[in-house]
Design a protein around this ligand. Structure first.
Ligand code: GDP
Ligand code: MG
Length: 241
């Protein structure tokens, strides 16, 4: 396997099968790690079925204890870096991130040698498809703010669709990350910046959800917005991205 996709899941029964099947059918040799938090809708069971259908290519973590996009993502990453792959891709399991973009993420990393390739909504050619104007505006504003407060030159700081070189991901010291929720996305960028990683962006079209519900809420948004200050306090001297 050349690349493994890490899918954090909570109640994604409506999309998980199609998402995984599309990843496995790609022209790159790809596997999947699912990090499920005991989804009440049976997402974990569907993932287990796929693991049985594709032995050695689909792995499922059934997490116990506190749930969250952050902690689940870290556990998923830890499983991924144990696999002999070149690249790890994190993405939503709800098909808002199109699996067909994975080969372009891989090609960009191959071409540039960058440690991280971000699937970006805010570079030319990228965007959001069929999304409500208010959600688009919130994403935009939050992004501009995160860019400034994290001190990054990245256009899309809250994209959950990103590729990492496996060794570079491992070197971020996953076990010492603290974010429990989706603000893990910013913590990872912050660590990458401190290590002077090269982060590049390629355009993606972010889709509206076809099934299931977003877990994003006001509390998560506010927590994400204070994250840069929490990170700065813990590690004041960042390098340059
Ligand atoms: N394991 C796990 N996954 C989660 C949790 N919250 C969200 N996710 C997953 O993280 C991804 C992004 O979440 P989503 O609600 O789609 O965020 P949005 O795209 O910003 O609306 C999806 O695959 C979710 O199923 C959680 O608490 N635990
Ligand atoms: Mg989503």
């Amino acid at each position: 396997m050349r690349v493994v996709a890490m899918l954090p899941t909570y109640n994604e029964a409506g999309a998980i099968r199609r998402c995984i099947e599309q990843i496995l059918a790609l022209p790159v040799d790809a596997g999947v790690v699912v990090a499920d938090d005991q989804s009440p809708d049976g997402t974990g069971r569907i993932a287990d079925e796929l693991a049985a259908e594709h032995p050695g290519r689909v792995f499922v973590l059934h997490r116990t204890g506190p749930r969250g996009r952050g902690v689940a993502g870290i556990d998923g990453f830890k499983r991924c870096v144990q696999l002999p792959v070149e690249y790890v891709v994190e993405m939503d399991a709800d098909l808002q991130h199109d699996p067909a973009d994975i080969p372009r993420l891989v090609a960009a990393a191959d071409r540039t040698g960058a440690e991280i390739v971000v699937g970006s909504r805010y570079v030319p050619g990228g965007g959001e498809v069929n999304r409500a104007a208010d959600r688009r505006l919130v994403s935009r504003l939050a992004n501009g703010y995160l860019r400034l407060t994290l001190g990054l030159s990245l256009r899309d700081c809250s994209s959950g669709y990103r590729l990492f070189r496996r060794e570079a991901l491992e070197a971020l010291e996953l076990e010492t990350m603290s974010a429990s929720g989706p603000w893990i996305l910013q913590e990872v960028l912050w660590r990458a910046k401190q290590r002077n990683y090269r982060i590049i962006e390629i355009p993606i079209r972010f889709q509206e959800r076809a099934a299931g519900e977003s877990k994003l809420n006001l509390k998560i948004l506010l927590r994400s917005l204070i994250t840069p200050f929490v990170l700065r306090r813990s590690t004041p001297l960042g390098g340059r991205a």
